[in-house]
Write a protein that binds this ligand. Sequence first.
Ligand SMILES: [Zn+2]
Length: 462
Amino acid sequence: MQKLNRTLLENNTHMIPAKITSNIIFPAFHLLKGDGLWSKIKEYEKSQWFSYDRLKEIQHQKLNALLKHSFENVDYYYKLINKYGIDINKSGCYNNFLQIPFLTKKKINENREQLIANTVKKRDLISNSTSGSTGENLFFFQDKAAMLPRQAMVWRNQKWTNTLYTDRQVYLWGAAFDIKKNNSIRGKIHTWFNQSISLSSYELSDRSMAEYIKILKSHKPKLLISYPGPLTTFAEYLIKNRETISGIKAIITSAETLYPWQKSTIAEAFKCNIYDRYGCREFGTIAHECEKHEGYHINMERFFLEVIGEDGMPVKSGKSGEVVITDLDNYCFPFIRYKIGDIAVCSDSICSCGRGLPLLEKIEGRVFDMIIGPNGNKVAGTFWTLALRSVSGVKNFQIEQTDVNNIKIRLIQNHNYSGKSEKKIFSIIKKKLGSEINIEFIYVDNIDLTKSGKRRFVISSL
Ligand SMILES: [Zn+2]
């Protein structure tokens, strides 16, 4: 906490108005530095208003270029494309693209060296990894050329929240990697521009939350960025203690599924707009809510996104399926048709904001968070959070499937909980998964977060 307060004091010495730093110093810094970030941000700010057809054309050109590069320079894809006899040079190679088998975490971990393009120098590779808290751990690479569009897209999406590039930010965040990164030179510059501070989402005790309130009131951020789980805990604390933090223009939630009940609790506590971001360690921001909140705009200049059913074919609008991503910018370690492990509902609606970027209707959670009943039913995380929250007396819970016939429920109860609540939960679960399912209730005072500080409501060990 002392360290945080010190950062806070240092940041308070930079009292230049945000509009000046945002509109003049921020672009000038990047133009002088020659890193290309400012022109990339401008490019994306322009292209978001292109028609869907024009964006599709840009996307297909980028896809063709990526496939050609991967075939010529990446051993893994050279072998794969040859093995399946896919002619990627044929005009309209999109249909051929769909013949490329899906990439998985397991395949990457088994073929990591072969996935590195032979055009890249080893010293230029930037290693990165996923936490592995919700599935298999993954190690992969990026380079500067891949990082630039990734960073520029974060800025484009952030502007949708009606905040300035350099508005003060607070992160309520848990990933040790990100907090460590903030100590790098790049991180320090970012911190200076945004006068941003990070608060750990690991330890949300009454004491630390009281301290966080003081920090927020003193730092006066315009933008708050957080995992939904810890932010909901914090919001509940604010409501319970009748505390308000004024001046926050927007909240970005990210890295976990944002459930409707969490959104309303956060909105009640902070009284500002909440924008959900769909992103991941591998790619940065994939899709983001705009000011109209009619779904998640897919950043299609950067990604080819598919939503597939169990048969591997695209699902219809309004149906849920597994998300498959092709990163159109990472040439040093290409991700082509990568099963990211998330379930989303696709949409053919057009957002009233006028952007040509297509929409995802909602993000339903992780593939690993599916509970499979002895009756064969597969039930996504969103169902469980809605169903169990509707039971009287359930304060918080975690459902874990240990094998196909057994689930454990860790439950934090409040004073409204009774025998009737337990019976109701039994009935909800048996109705959904079949009467053969065994349910073990474990009543607890606390449910541990993952090592990256996330809250998991559903865990499947299948
Ligand atoms: Zn929109």
